[in-house]
Design a protein around this ligand. Sequence first.
Ligand SMILES: [Cu+2]
Length: 326
Amino acid sequence: MISTARKTLPALAPAALALASAFAGAPARAEWNLLNMPVGVTELSKQIYSLHMTIFWWCVAIGVAVFGVMIYSLVKFRKSTGAVPDTSITHSTRVEIVWTVVPVLILVVMAIPAARTLINIEDMRNTEMTVKVTGYQWRWQYEYLDEGVSFFSVLDRQHDEIRQLSSGLDPKSVPDYLLNVDNPLVVPVDTKVRLLLTAQDVIHAWWVPDFGMKKDAIPGFVNELWFKVDADKVGTYRGQCAELCGRDHAFMPVVVKVLSKEDYKAWLAQQKAAAQPPAEGAAPAADAPAQASAPAAPAVIPAAAATAPATKPVASAAATPVAARG
Ligand SMILES: [Cu+2]
């Protein structure tokens, strides 16, 4: 036993050192934060995080109480000190009622904040803008309903080149490797944005951890989710497809650029102008790569969209278990 330990300990030393250095210094906090879910930047993500932490601390308290009583009993009433078994509580109706009712009450109390959060997640009232999101193998399409703006979002070309086996290029040479796209979804800050999620081929899932939101995009169904980014959280947020959707599942990231309301208006105006058919003899708009990169598939979308509302009630019911799994 001791000789095994002597052999194993030196072998573990480099690993222990690596672990210690990983947790030492400034980046340590970031590493530790990765153990928990992110607080996020939206109204919902913070609510979900606080629910998660509330339930977590309740579980810690329950764990400490249960294990505390158990360890205390094991030590205090051990056989070597002459303890004799108390047979009066075996098959005691009173004890059985107590240990059934107390956990049920705890679960009921836990269900109150959980139900409140779930209802809030599903509350689509007062949305200020809607974007239809369609998953394809392996790209996303964003359609700004009522705005006439639509584009595809594909893995950044440079990242795509680096990821090729024979490229010989270093993935560390680009920031946010495999988490960058050509055309990100652009939304304004402090605005309730609703996404209508569907897919054209197989099931995908739209996921941005900082928004606390992940939902399946299922062919023939329309799922919905909403987010409202905090007023001071202008920035770029990244996520990925979260449902195994085929060969290039790992290569269809989600990038959301959150702009101030003014910047968003300017961006939208620019996109609308770019979407206009060019005047006779005019050169095509240089800043409309999104439209140019659209494949032939979108022609099918309007038909799918037209049938979607009719199937929506079924969609919500059928999609829920799948969404929960994804
Ligand atoms: Cu996918």
